[in-house]
Write a protein that binds this ligand. Structure first.
Ligand SMILES: [Zn+2]
Length: 530
C-alpha cells in the first residue's frame, strides 16, 4: 500500500493543523493542533476526523503554537502512547504552553458548568486538563535540526529551520520511496532571532502553508523597524503617561524586548523602563534566554537580564503598575481578549497622556480591533471606559512569510515531481496562492485539500484523492451565523459612524428598528402560511 495522507485540520482555515501519514500499518502525525475561532470550528476539538488515536505510532511537531500543538494532551488522553518529536526549544516552550492551555480548558469547563446551572445544558468536561498536558509533555523527544531520525518504523525524517518562531521547523519525510516536505508555518525575511527558512530541494510532494497567500508586505529591515519603535516610544513618553503594548506572549514580546534593550543600550530612548506583565511571556522569555546561543541579531544582548526591562512577579507588583507614569508596559493577550493587558487598558485608555501601541494582528470582533478601529468608548470587565489615550500601530512585525516569500520558498524546494498541496490558509489566501503556483508551474499539480480528505502520495506522480471529508466538517469550516452576525454588526457600526451628526444617526437607528419590526411581522405571517 503506497503512502497515504489524511488532513485532519488547517484545510481552508488557519488552525487545527494535523497531517496524518500512513504506511505499512504505521500512522505518523505531523502536528496535532487546536481549532480556534468560531464555535463550530472549535467544536471540532471534541469531534474531528482523526480515528483511533490510540493506534497512532508517533507525532512530529513543527512548533509550539497552540494551533499546531494544542490537541496533543487530548491525543494522549485518548490513548496515544508514542513519542512526540520536536526541536529542543519547541520542547521547552511546549511545557508551559500546553500547561497554560490545560488551565484555559479547565476554566472554560467551569464557566460552562456555571451557565448550565441556569439553563440546564448538558455537562461539558474540559477537552483536557493541566495534568493531561503534563502527561503529553513527558512524551516529548528532542531532535536536532538537520539530523535524520526514525520517528516510526518505515519512516525517516529530518527537520529544517522554518524561521517562524523559536524552535520552529519544517519536516522532511521519506516512506515507501516517496519524499515529502511539510512546511509547518514559515517565517518572513528580516525576522529577528531566526535565520530565513531553509530546506532541501527535489520532492515528490510538498505541503505548504498559505496564511498570507494573498498579501505582500512592504519590506522593512530590522533597523528600520527598530527606528519606528523608538519614534513611538519617545513620542509616547514625552506626553508623560504610559506606553501600553498588547503583545503575544511568545515571540512578539521577545522581539519587542530585544528592540527596547538595544534602543536603550544605544541611548535612543533615554532611560525608559519596560515592564513585562504576563507570567506566560516571562516564562517564554526565559526559554529564549536558555537558547541565546542559537539566536541571531541579538546584538549581544540577553533580554532576560537587560537593565531597562523588569519582569513583574506577583499580582501585587502587577497592581502597582496601575499607579505609575512614564513606563512601557508589555502584556498579553495580544488581541486584548484576556489576561492582564485588560487591567492596563482599563487604567490607561482613559488617560490623555497615555498611548496604546498595537504590533500584531487584531481579529475582527476582538477588543484590540475595536480600539484600533477608533471606538470612543469600550467595555472592559463590565465597566465603561472612555478612550482618550493615543492609539498607535506598527505593522511591520510579522512571524509569517508573505505571498512573495511563500512562492520563493516553494520554488526553492523544486523540482516537485508530484503535487504541491496548500493548507493553513483561509479561502481567499489559499486560492490566490494556488492560482499563482499553477501559473508559475511550480508543480505538475496544485491541490487545496479539505479537512477529512485522504490522498494517495505516490512517487513522481500527482496525488490521488481516495476519500472526501465528512459533511459536518465542511460545514464547520464554512462561515457560521456568528461570523455572519459579526460582519453585519461591524458593517452597521461603520455605516453609523459615517453619518456626521447625532440626530441623523438616531433617525437612521429608528428606521432600522422599523425594518426589523416589519421583518418579525413578515416571519410571523410566513409561519402562519406554512
Ligand atoms: Zn505558528
Amino acid at each position: 500500500m503506497p503512502l497515504q495522507l489524511s488532513l485532519h485540520g488547517a484545510g481552508r482555515t488557519v488552525t487545527g493543523s494535523c497531517l496524518e501519514f500512513a504506511s505499512a500499518g504505521q500512522r505518523l502525525l505531523v502536528d496535532c493542533g487546536m481549532f480556534q475561532g468560531s464555535r463550530s470550528l472549535e467544536a471540532l476539538n471534541r469531534k474531528g476526523s482523526l480515528a483511533e488515536p490510540g493506534r497512532v505510532s508517533a507525532v512530529i511537531l513543527t512548533h509550539a503554537h497552540i494551533d499546531h500543538s494544542g490537541l496533543l494532551p487530548k491525543l494522549v488522553k485518548d490513548g496515544f502512547s508514542g513519542p512526540i518529536w520536536c526541536t529542543a526549544p519547541t520542547a521547552d516552550l511546549l511545557e508551559f504552553m500546553l500547561a497554560d492551555s490545560g488551565r484555559i480548558q479547565e476554566g472554560d469547563a467551569r464557566r460552562h458548568a456555571r451557565r448550565r446551572d441556569r439553563s440546564h445544558r448538558e455537562e461539558q468536561e474540559p477537552i483536557y486538563t493541566e495534568d493531561d498536558a503534563m502527561a503529553a509533555v513527558a512524551m516529548v523527544r528532542r531532535v536536532e535540526i538537520g539530523e535524520w531520525f526514525e520517528p516510526a518504523p518505515g519512516f525517516r525524517a529530518r527537520l529544517w529551520n522554518a524561521g517562524h518562531i523559536l524552535g520552529s521547523a519544517s519536516v522532511e519525510l521519506e516512506a515507501d520511496g516517496v519524499r515529502v516536505l511539510c512546511s509547518g508555518d514559515l517565517g518572513p525575511k528580516n525576522k529577528a532571532f531566526h535565520a530565513d527558512p531553509a530546506g532541501a530541494s527535489g520532492f515528490d510532494h510538498v505541503i505548504c502553508e498559505s496564511t498570507y497567500g494573498d498579501r505582500t508586505r512592504v519590506q522593512v529591515t530590522i533597523p528600520e523597524r527598530r527606528a519606528l519603535l523608538a519614534e513611538v516610544i519617545n513620542r509616547a513618553l514625552a506626553k508623560g503617561g504610559n506606553l501600553v503594548i498588547p503583545a503575544f506572549a511568545l515571540e512578539r514580546t521577545q522581539e519587542l524586548l530585544l528592540d527596547i534593550a538595544l534602543l536603550s543600550r544605544d541611548g535612543a530612548i533615554g532611560n525608559a523602563t519596560a515592564f513585562v506583565d504576563s507570567p506566560l511571556a516571562t516564562r517564554a522569555t526565559g526559554v529564549f534566554a536558555a537558547h541565546l546561543d542559537e539566536l541571531e541579531d541579538t546584538g549581544g544582548v540577553d533580554i532576560f537580564r537587560a537593565g531597562a526591562i523588569h519582569y513583574t512577579e506577583s499580582v501585587a507588583e502587577s497592581m502597582r503598575l496601575n499607579t505609575i507614569s512614564g513606563a512601557i508596559i508589555l502584556s498579553a493577550s495580544g488581541m486584548c481578549e484576556a489576561g492582564r493587558i485588560r487591567h492596563h487598558l482599563f487604567y490607561n485608555l482613559a488617560r490623555r497622556d497615555s498611548t496604546v501601541l498595537f504590533v500584531g494582528f487584531q481579529a475582527e470582533g476582538s477588543l484590540g480591533r475595536v480600539i484600533l478601529d477608533g471606538a470612543q468608548r469600550v467595555r472592559i470587565s463590565g465597566r465603561d471606559v472612555i478612550v482618550r489615550a493615543a492609539i498607535e500601530r506598527i505593522e511591520s512585525y510579522s512571524a509569517h512569510a508573505d505571498q512573495t516569500e511563500l512562492l520563493e520558498w516553494i520554488a526553492a524546494r523544486g523540482p516537485i515531481a508530484g503535487s504541491l498541496l496548500l493548507d493553513h490558509g483561509e479561502g481567499g489566501a489559499v486560492d490566490t496562492l494556488a492560482a499563482l503556483a499553477r501559473g508559475r508551474a511550480l508543480a505538475p499539480s496544485v491541490i487545496v485539500p479539505e479537512i477529512g480528505e485522504m490522498w494517495e502520495l505516490g512517487p513522481a506522480a500527482p496525488a490521488r484523492r481516495l476519500r472526501t471529508g465528512p459533511e459536518h466538517i465542511a460545514h464547520a469550516v464554512g462561515r457560521d451565523w456568528q461570523n455572519a452576525y459579526a460582519d453585519l454588526a461591524t458593517g452597521l457600526k461603520h455605516r453609523l459612524e459615517e453619518i456626521r451628526d447625532d440626530a441623523a444617526r438616531e433617525a437612521a437607528i429608528a428606521d432600522m428598528r422599523r425594518v426589523l419590526d416589519s421583518y418579525n411581522a413578515f416571519r410571523a405571517h410566513k409561519r402562519k402560511e406554512n
